[in-house]
Design a protein around this ligand. Structure first.
Ligand SMILES: C[S@@+](CC[C@H](N)C(=O)[O-])C[C@H]1O[C@@H](n2cnc3c(N)ncnc32)[C@H](O)[C@@H]1O
Length: 274
């Protein structure tokens, strides 16, 4: 896509009535563009990492650069039906497939999915890919997965209740939901100041990119995906309301901003479908 095309598309979208603005369509274009720009969450794993995973030496991240504890996964990964949800980029999917899981990668960005397909072709892995919005997993039958693996991504999704409901539906009883998400408090801070290494409290929560003052909103929309802070009630309470039992929760520092000095900006949870 030509630079500025996204900006133009967004200006047009913004001039339409708010009800016609589709945040998921916006974020699809925005994430495809991040892939073109070499975003770090779009850089596929190398063949050596895949070879090590095939030999049983593997780890994956749900939040920042922190490896998920191995015991969060089933003891035997071989044959585990695993849905990598909003987890494109050729990262966790290929590692988990090389470790023996039957992997499906679901994502809203065609270019993110292409990364997984490229790694699968390069390293002879079987990975199924599916394009869509994480709030609608109707492409999958009830009880069709043993594990849903969802690294930090719901920050780009307007509402979470449907996500948790769908995860619950597609998991078999006894299945696991592993999710990473942002501590909403990070959205209190002015983003430009954060980039300068300063913490300036500015936004009351909940934060939504679309609520920014117009000039800022247009600039943010032209620059990238829309973000939503989501409360802990939506994140953790939402999983419980969908029927999950929480078994583990850990926090971790943001991987590349000043907040890491002050508080853990990431949270990861492991939940069980009883
Ligand atoms: C930070 S990346 C996560 C992938 C990465 N492999 C990781 O380790 O975190 C966020 C992903 O969420 C996807 N995404 C954003 N909104 C989505 C939605 N509504 N439904 C499905 N995927 C979505 C993006 O396309 C992107 O691939």
């Amino acid at each position: 896509m030509l630079p500025g095309t996204l900006a133009l598309a967004n200006m047009k979208q913004c001039s339409m009535a708010a009800k016609n603005f589709d945040p998921v369509a916006h974020n699809r274009i925005a994430w495809d563009r991040l892939v073109d720009d070499g975003n770090e969450w779009s850089r596929p794993v190398d063949a050596e990492t895949v070879a090590r995973a095939r030999a049983g030496d593997w780890s994956v991240v749900l939040i920042g650069y922190e490896a998920v504890p191995r015991e969060w996964f089933p003891a035997e990964l071989s044959g585990t039906r695993l849905l990598c949800l909003a987890s494109g980029g050729g990262q966790q999917g290929p590692i988990l497939a090389a470790a023996g899981a039957e992997v499906t990668v679901f994502d809203n960005s065609p270019k993110q999915l292409l990364r997984d397909e490229e790694v699968a072709a390069r390293d002879g892995l079987h990975i199924r890919t599916a394009l869509g919005d994480m709030r609608d997993l109707s492409a999958f039958e009830d009880d069709s997965f043993d594990v849903v693996f969802n690294p930090v991504s719901n920050v780009f999704c307007p509402d979470l209740a449907p996500v948790w409901r769908e995860c619950f539906r597609v998991l078999r009883p006894g299945g696991l939901l592993l999710t990473g998400f942002m501590n909403p408090d990070i959205f209190i801070f002015d983003e430009a100041a954060l980039d300068r290494g300063e913490l300036i409290a500015r936004h009351p929560l909940p934060f939504r990119t679309t609520d920014l003052p117009e000039a800022e909103r247009l600039a943010a929309q032209a620059a990238g995906p829309l973000e939503y802070s989501h409360s802990l009630t939506e994140q953790i309470g939402g999983q419980l309301a969908a029927g999950f039992t929480l078994t583990h929760l850990v926090e971790g520092p943001h991987h590349d901003d000043i907040t890491a000095k002050y508080f853990p900006a990431y949270i990861a949870t492991r939940a069980l479908k009883p």
